[in-house]
Design a binder for this molecule. Structure first.
Ligand SMILES: Nc1nc2c(ncn2[C@@H]2O[C@H](COP(=O)(O)OP(=O)(O)OP(=O)(O)O)[C@@H](O)[C@H]2O)c(=O)[nH]1
Length: 422
């Protein structure tokens, strides 16, 4: 082989080696690149500078619980908005698929109601209060403006207040204050007496108490409201009505059906929610762990960036110890992921002293922050407002004044006393 041939052979070998090396390097690089693309992508944390309008619900409830999304968190026409009802936003379209897929059944478009705004509800409902309670005002005025205020007359005043469930302490305070005024100013005309009564009763109802409901996001999470009380007091109804009050205030609400004792309670709550476009987290199973449902509801509320989560609980348990255990567990489990901002105790105003005893039992297990007095439309015992506030040291925040969906009103002390003395 001549020198030229040898050179050609060496050149060919070098060229082939270089090509092989190049192929190897390219192959390696492509292999790495491909793998990077396959890394699972996490949905990015919300980076928007401001809160976007509520989204369609993406929350996945734990086993045994499901979220009813027919309320369509992000799809409702908010009450109070001037814009006409827009059709609910649809979930993002699936990528086209060549395979035959099961038919996608569109959820029914809910007819969303527009609840009455909370402002002025008590004024509208005042008549119902006075219808039940004017007997109290009339009786008091009749005695006080009658002119002859002897011991017997004062006893009548006392009896009237006691019959209205004002309680012994408050009754004594009111009577003593009135006696003093009569001593100083003498027996006055009916208008004057009405003024005194108004002042004394209002002082008992205590207009200085903070009656706001914790329903606004706190530190980047939804407020959590736990609703407790014995069965039949109107708990579920109250949660449904409260959702309406809050929706009317443009809040995003999530309901938690932790009353798993009675299967129909979850259905009842879900129906309330659907009417105003609010989702309900519930269990499919009767007797499911209520703490798990409560946990899922709070989690769901956080994930959908709701303003407030309202958790309904059961009140019908075999005995007091069971009730305490269950409530205590619900509280502990919720608190694993979020503080509880409000515990509302629902009391039936028609049950009088019995209701006060119930209040004591609940107060031993949870820290009650507000009272909802239901069925105040059907009783002449409006004085229970004062008695229960004194006993628990927490304000009546809401009053139920009928079975209608908007018959729950924020409690307004002055309007209440006006109605009693009307
Ligand atoms: N008149 C009147 N009725 C009310 C009021 N609030 C609730 N109710 C009625 O009280 C009844 C009981 O209400 P629910 O909400 O089912 O009571 P609950 O406490 O949830 O009962 P359980 O689910 O069995 O624990 C229903 O018929 C309600 O319509 C109110 O303010 N006035």
């Amino acid at each position: 082989m001549g020198r030229v041939d040898e050179l050609w052979v060496i050149l060919t070998v070098i060229t082939l080696a270089a090509i092989a090396g190049l192929i190897l390097v390219v192959g390696l690089l492509r292999g790495r690149g491909g793998r990077t693309k396959e890394l699972p992508t996490r949905p990015s944390a919300p980076t928007q500078p401001e809160r976007t309008p509520p989204k369609a619900n993406t929350y996945k409830p734990g086993p045994g619980a499901r979220i009813d999304t027919s309320g369509g968190v992000g799809t409702i026409d908010r009450p109070g908005s001037a814009t006409p009802t827009a059709p609910p936003a649809q979930p993002p379209a699936e990528p086209p698929s060549t395979q035959a897929e099961p038919e996608l059944v569109e959820p029914p478009v809910p007819t969303v109601e527009r609840p009455e705004s909370a402002r002025g509800r008590m004024v509208r409902l005042r008549e119902r209060l006075s219808r039940s309670n004017t007997a109290l005002g009339k009786a008091l005025l009749a005695v006080l403006a009658g002119g002859k205020l002897d011991d017997e007359a004062w006893e009548d005043v006392e009896d009237t207040l006691l019959q209205a469930d004002l309680g012994v302490e408050a009754t004594t305070e009111v009577v003593d204050a009135l006696k003093k005024r009569v001593q100083v100013d003498g027996v006055a005309d009916e208008e004057q007496v009405r003024g005194w009564l108004h002042e004394e009763l209002l002082a008992q109802v205590d207009p200085t108490m903070d009656r706001r409901i914790a329903a606004t996001r706190v530190a980047g999470r939804p407020a959590v409201v736990l609703v407790v009380g014995v069965n039949g007091t109107g708990k579920t109804t109250t949660v449904g009505k409260l959702a309406r009050v809050l929706v009317a205030e443009d809040k995003d609400v999530v309901l938690g059906a932790a009353d798993t004792f009675r299967a129909a309670a979850a259905d009842q709550l879900q129906t309330w929610g659907e009417r105003v476009g609010v989702p309900t987290v519930r269990s499919e199973r009767e007797g499911a762990d209520p703490a798990a449902v409560a946990f899922d509801a709070v989690k769901g509320g956080a994930e959908t960036e709701a303003d407030v989560v309202l958790v309904d609980t059961a009140g019908r348990l075999h005995n007091k110890a069971n009730l305490m255990d269950e409530l205590g567990k619900i509280k502990r489990v919720i608190e694993k992921q979020s503080p509880i901002d409000e515990v509302l105790l629902v009391l039936d105003a028609t049950t009088g002293q019995n209701g006060l005893r119930q209040a004591e039992v609940f107060a031993q297990v949870v820290e009650i922050t507000g009272i909802v007095l239901t069925k105040l439309d059907g009783t002449a015992k409006g004085g229970i407002v004062v008695a229960v506030q004194r006993q628990l040291g927490v304000p009546v925040k809401l009053v139920g004044l009928g079975e209608g969906p908007d018959d729950l009103a924020p409690f307004d002390p002055a309007a209440f006393v006006d109605a009693v003395l009307d």
